[in-house]
Design a protein around this ligand. Structure first.
Ligand SMILES: [Zn+2]
Length: 311
């Protein structure tokens, strides 16, 4: 069995066939956590999770790139052309999200082991939240840049406060700048270290799609965080991930797709989906010189533990 702890089946890429995609995964003993990035797709993630008594769960949060106005291109089926979509800046309103979670708890009191945790609805984590320096505009002053980073940190801290209050784990996005891919991981570590001092062991979670260096990986592990790995490790030519994965203990690894993005080999370039998380497990097994079964067993146990799910 596998648990894809990071998928975006709630995105429009899956609007016509998300049920088929999830059934394909469930039939193959693969569970999925559906992760939101803004209010509209957070609601969609919850609605999708509600359709399944077991095996599909939701995470809610505001992705750092959603904090600013966004423009992106999407294929429009009706006109057969690419159209530009404007997505206005998203706010993270603590009360709104707390209410969503409380409602989720009251609605479906099944499936989750509850003694340790007061939250056992369809929402199993807070995220996607975190820091993204990669998409910061390049034509801004250093002062403005600091201001935008500071805003991301403040919003991230609000997510941590909510995670503490609801006793849910965090699903953390972290991406460094083009000039220095490791920079956001240093800032992330500082924030998480402070949060640990403030809230203690209640602050827990996964650094999703881990992309920092080995030294930074050790620092997050020492704080008790899990590291999530995606299809990126299947086509890494620099051996960076092989070196990191050899050192990260099996009981701290989670496997993810980040679908529809980051399709693993041999599906690279196609739309990704939860079923393909198996390729990530196979690659980790190869790096560590162990069996896929061992990776599947350990990463499933880790996901059940962190997200407080019951098999
Ligand atoms: Zn994601």
């Amino acid at each position: 069995m596998y648990i894809d702890t990071h998928s975006h089946v709630n995105f429009t890429d899956f609007k016509n066939d998300w049920q088929e995609v999830l059934e394909r995964a469930l039939k193959n003993d693969t569970w999925a956590i559906v992760v939101g990035t803004k209010l509209s797709n957070n609601l969609r993630a919850i609605n999708i999770a509600k359709q399944y008594p077991k095996g599909v769960y939701a995470a809610v949060g505001v992705h750092p790139v959603q904090l600013r106005d966004e423009e992106f291109e999407e294929f429009d089926e009706a006109s057969g052309k690419k159209i530009t979509i404007k997505s206005p800046a998203e706010k993270f309103d603590f009360e709104t999200y707390r209410d969503l979670i409380m409602k989720s708890i009251n609605e479906v009191p099944v499936q989750r082991s509850f003694m340790r945790n007061n939250a056992w609805g369809r929402i199993v984590a807070i995220g996607e939240t975190g820091l993204d320096f990669y998409h910061l505009p390049e034509d801004i002053t250093a002062f403005k840049r600091e201001e935008l980073i500071d805003e991301q940190i403040q919003v991230f801290k609000e997510h941590i406060r909510l995670a503490n209050e609801t006793q849910l784990p965090l699903i953390i996005h972290c991406r460094g700048s083009k000039a220095n891919p490791d920079d956001a991981y240093d800032s992330m570590f500082d924030v998480l270290k402070q949060a640990k001092l403030r809230y203690g062991t209640q602050v827990k979670g996964v650094i999703h799609c881990y992309g920092g260096n080995l030294e930074q990986a050790h620092k997050f592990l020492n704080l008790g965080f899990y590291l999530g790995f995606t299809g990126v490790i299947t086509y890494d030519k620099s051996n960076k991930y092989e070196k990191i994965l050899r050192e990260v203990p099996l009981d701290k690894i989670l496997i993810e797709t980040d679908s529809p993005y980051l399709s693993p080999d041999p599906y690279r370039g196609q739309r990704n989906e939860p079923l393909y998380v198996k390729r990530v497990a196979e690659t980790i097994a190869k790096f560590k010189g162990i069996t896929v079964y061992e990776v599947a067993k350990a990463t499933t146990a880790n996901a059940l533990e962190l997200f407080n799910l019951r098999y």
